[in-house]
Design a binder for this molecule. Structure first.
Ligand code: KG4
Ligand code: ZN
Length: 517
């Protein structure tokens, strides 16, 4: 027997020990991921900008933006990876600019989606015109009715519309009370509330329309994206089930298109909604004709778009971080206002009491002469100003500010937020006026379009152009999410001969328009 070297055994133990540590570390993340799973998922699905993801808390959501989706699936957008790189840089003492940090995380992306996403909305096919009636169409030689269902965020909505734009019956279950205590939408709770309400909301809309069954409508439209995936699925599955059961043509609705098309809902200046029609009733005149410019300002989006036809949209500019609705919601939270169903209305109300010039705030993107928006910096500026005022008053926190101070902050924020819109809109109008297409009409749509200050200031812009523009804004209650938008968008799609197949209809958290018309 050969004598064993005395050093061999400790070395072997060290080697074995190191292997065990490495093995353990390799297993650890999956274990931790399991523990954090529900928290992480809710954070990821709720965030509308990468800033939300940073906090990794059960934060609020303004729904639609599908960066949630990209965070989940796009390696370059992996937040944990981003955090690691930042940590390394911090250790090296390299702070980096905000711009660097942003591009580090999301890549050198312009605000506009340039078709980088696999699921694009292009119902008219490559050429934009080849619409297909995949599940058939109702008889379009006479007026037809559509049941619309909306569940993309925190409102369960249903409505029955006739093809001339008459709203026959509506129902809406708002979840504002459910989410109020969380300061914003909690996706899991939203999904459960949709599930609980969807049947009664549909039945109520049918009853209000004087119908007794889904069999009495001629087609069904449902929002399929963008939005909170688990919420979209509730509405989509219900609509699929009904369409298959009653053998009705089915249309999967793009939520942003539905917002835009609401501006085309025939609307009588004096009588309100049109209540009658001709024989050729579904061809009744639209409130705004294609092509037109749309300013979409909602909780998840802030975009300027050329609208060329149903299913054909060209994005001119978009937000590089937060949307206008988010900025309103965050300001509402900062000022201790109700935020359950979106903080915008509360900010608008308080702003009426304040002085819009009382608090100096920077207008975003002054150096960028383009068509994009940014509201993240303004949000921070509002918070810093509020904290400064509180400190000057010898108060512990912003919560202790007087109503007068808070009204001044709300008013100044709203003023600057709208100034940013005004500047971008004027530049876009200059651009369109120089083009041959001759676009001279503007649709202002999405939840924030309900804001009276925004409406009246944009109206002034439109009417004071050298060649005045026509402006169309849906009535305030039709600016925010509801069922009529899904029904009306379905009617517009059906009229151009387009429907989808209910059997395998998917939902899309992220659902960008094809950027080229
Ligand atoms: O279109 P919407 O109902 O949902 C999305 O598709 O995102 O928009 C909701 C957003 C919320 O951020 C809400 O605060 C905002 O619209 N909003 C308003 C007003 N009404 C709703 N913002 C400002 N002023 C309003 N009056
Ligand atoms: Zn919406």
């Amino acid at each position: 027997m050969y004598p064993r070297k005395p050093t061999a055994t400790p070395l072997l133990y060290i080697l074995l020990f190191s292997c065990l540590i490495m093995f353990g570390r390799a297993l650890m993340p999956s274990f931790l991921a399991g523990r954090n799973y529900s928290k992480r998922i809710s954070t990821i699905t709720t965030c509308t900008s990468w800033r939300y993801a940073q906090s990794l808390t059960l934060q609020f959501s303004t729904c639609n933006d599908a960066e949630s989706d990209s965070l989940n699936t796009t390696p370059s957008n992996d937040y944990s990876q981003f955090k690691k790189t930042r940590k390394k840089k911090k250790m090296k003492g390299d702070k980096g600019s905000t711009k660097d940090k942003r591009s580090e995380f999301i890549g050198k992306m312009k605000a506009v989606d340039n078709g980088r996403w696999s699921t694009l909305y292009a119902p008219g096919g490559e050429d934009g015109f080849s619409f297909l009636a995949k599940s058939g169409l109702p008889d379009r030689s006479k007026p037809f009715t559509v049941l619309g269902i909306e569940s993309s965020c925190d409102d369960t909505g249903a409505a029955v519309l006739r093809s001339d734009g008459v709203i026959l019956g509506e129902a809406l279950a708002s979840q504002s009370e459910i989410h109020e205590e969380f300061g914003g939408v909690v996706p899991g709770l939203a999904k459960t509330a949709h599930e609980e309400k969807i049947d009664s909301v549909i039945n109520e809309a049918l009853a209000n329309a004087g119908l007794s069954s889904v069999d009495d409508v001629d087609a069904i439209g449902v929002t399929v994206g963008p939005g909170l995936e688990i919420c979209l699925r509730v509405g989509c599955n219900k609509a699929r089930e009904l369409a298959m059961k009653y053998k009705k043509p089915f249309v999967g609705i793009h939520h942003l298109e539905a917002h835009i098309l609401m501006a085309r809902l025939p609307f009588d200046e004096t009588a309100g909604f049109i209540t009658g029609g001709s024989d050729n009733i579904h061809e009744s005149k639209r409130s705004i004709e294609f092509p037109f410019l749309a300013l979409l300002v909602s909780g998840g989006h802030c975009q300027l778009m050329k609208c060329l036809g149903v299913g054909r949209y060209e994005i001119i500019g978009g937000t590089i971080d937060d949307s206008l609705g988010e900025a309103f919601d965050k300001t509402a939270r900062l000022l201790g206002l109700p935020v359950g169903g979106g903080g915008g209305p509360a900010v608008e109300k308080l702003a009426k009491e304040g002085d819009p010039k009382a608090v100096q705030l920077p207008i975003p993107l002054q150096k960028r002469k383009d068509f994009d928006f940014s509201y993240a910096g303004l949000k921070t500026a509002v918070r810093m100003k509020a904290e400064k005022i509180a400190a000057e008053r010898g108060l512990d926190s912003v919560n202790d500010l007087s109503r007068e101070d808070r009204a001044n902050i709300a008013s100044s924020f709203q003023n600057v937020a709208i100034k940013h819109i005004e500047q971008r809109l004027k530049r876009t109008m200059d651009l369109l006026e120089s083009e041959e297409e001759g676009i001279r009409s503007l649709a202002v749509v999405g939840g924030v379009a309900a804001n009276q200050e925004l409406r009246s200031r944009l109206e002034v812009i439109c009417s004071t152009r050298p060649e005045p523009w026509q402006m169309m804004v849906p009535p305030p209650r039709l600016c925010t999410d509801q069922g009529a938008m899904a029904a009306w968008a379905a009617i517009e799609r059906i009229i151009v001969g387009s429907s989808d197949i209910p059997d395998d209809q998917e939902v899309f958290a992220r659902f960008p328009f094809q950027s080229k018309a």
